[in-house]
Design a protein around this ligand. Structure first.
Ligand SMILES: Nc1ncnc2c1ncn2[C@@H]1O[C@H](COP(=O)(O)OP(=O)(O)OP(=O)(O)O)[C@@H](O)[C@H]1O
Length: 231
C-alpha cells in the first residue's frame, strides 16, 4: 500500500499541493483526475521525489520514503512514465529500455519479460533510434523502460495523450494487462474519463492542489466528472 499523509509539495517557493491524504491499495488501478493545472502531474512527481521539496509522509508498505532520493524511491519499487514520455531520441529502443535497469535491485540487464508479449513492435525494432518512433510507440517504449526498473507501483501520466486513436486502445489494454498479470499497482493521471471509469478501482479528484473527492471505481459517474472537470 502507498500512503500519503498530510503531504504538501513545492516548486521553489510555489506551494502546489496542500495537505494531501491518500491510500492506494496494492494491486489496484487508482485514477487521478481534475482540470488542467490542478496538480495531477505534481502529485506523481511528488511521489517520485521530483519536486523541489515536500512535507508530510510518503509510505510504501510502511517504509517511510518521505526524505528518500528519487533513485531510492525507484529502487523501492516505484516506476514512472512521465507526461510527454521523455525517451532519449538518439538512443536505440533497446538502450532506452535498458536505462530503466538502473533501478532494478537484482541487477538484471535484459529486456523485461512481458515486453515481447505486450510490445512486439519494440522487439522487432530494438536497434531503431527512439526518436524515429511514433507517439504511440514511444509511449510503449516509456512503459517498457519503466518495467525495466522492476516496479511494484507504476505512475502513468496521461499515457494516451496525443496518441492516434487506433493506438489508444492498445495502450489501455496494456495498462489493464500489467495490472492483472503482474499485480502492478497503477496510479494513472487521466483526462479520459471513459478509460478511468473502465479501468480504475479507486479515484481522486484534485482541485487547486487539494483533494476534493475520493471514491471507489464504481462510484465514478459522468455526473461527477462533469461537476469536477468542467470550468
Ligand atoms: N516546474 C514548475 N515550477 C513551478 N510551477 C510549476 C512547475 N510545474 C508545474 N507548476 C505549476 O503547478 C501547478 C500544477 O501543475 P501540474 O502540471 O501538476 O497540473 P496538472 O493537473 O498535471 O495539469 P495538466 O492536466 O495541464 O497536465 C500549475 O499551476 C503549474 O503552473
Amino acid at each position: 500500500m502507498l500512503q500519503l499523509e498530510s503531504v504538501n509539495s513545492f516548486y521553489g517557493g510555489s506551494h502546489i499541493l496542500h495537505d494531501i491524504n491518500l491510500e492506494i491499495e496494492k494491486g489496484k488501478i487508482f485514477a487521478v483526475l481534475g482540470r488542467n493545472g490542478v496538480g495531477k502531474s505534481t502529485l506523481l512527481k511528488t511521489i517520485m521525489g521530483l519536486t523541489s521539496s515536500m512535507t508530510g509522509k510518503l509510505l510504501l508498505n510502511e517504509d517511510d520514503l518521505s526524505t528518500k532520493t528519487t533513485f531510492s524511491r525507484a529502487r523501492a519499487g516505484i516506476g514512472y512514465v512521465p507526461q510527454g514520455r521523455e525517451i532519449i531520441p538518439d538512443f536505440s529502443v533497446k538502450e532506452n529500455i535498458l536505462m530503466g535497469r538502473f533501478a532494478d535491485i537484482n541487477g538484471k540487464v535484459e529486456i523485461p519479460e512481458l515486453v515481447p508479449e505486450l510490445f512486439p513492435y519494440l522487439m522487432d525494432n530494438l536497434n531503431r533510434a527512439g526518436g524515429l518512433l511514433s507517439g504511440g510507440q514511444q509511449q510503449q517504449l516509456a512503459i517498457a523502460r519503466a518495467l525495466a526498473t522492476n516496479p511494484d507501483i507504476l505512475l502513468l501520466d496521461e499515457p494516451t495523450e496525443g496518441i492516434q486513436p487506433n493506438i489508444v486502445e492498445q495502450i489501455e489494454e496494456c495498462i489493464i494487462t500489467l495490472n492483472q498479470k503482474l499485480n502492478l499497482t497503477i496510479i494513472l493521471v487521466e483526462q479520459n474519463i471513459r478509460f478511468a471509469k473502465r479501468a480504475s478501482h479507486g479515484f481522486v479528484f484534485l482541485d487547486n492542489g487539494r483533494v476534493v473527492l475520493t471514491g471507489k471505481g464504481a462510484e465514478l459517474t459522468d455526473e461527477l466528472a462533469n461537476k469536477h472537470l468542467t470550468i
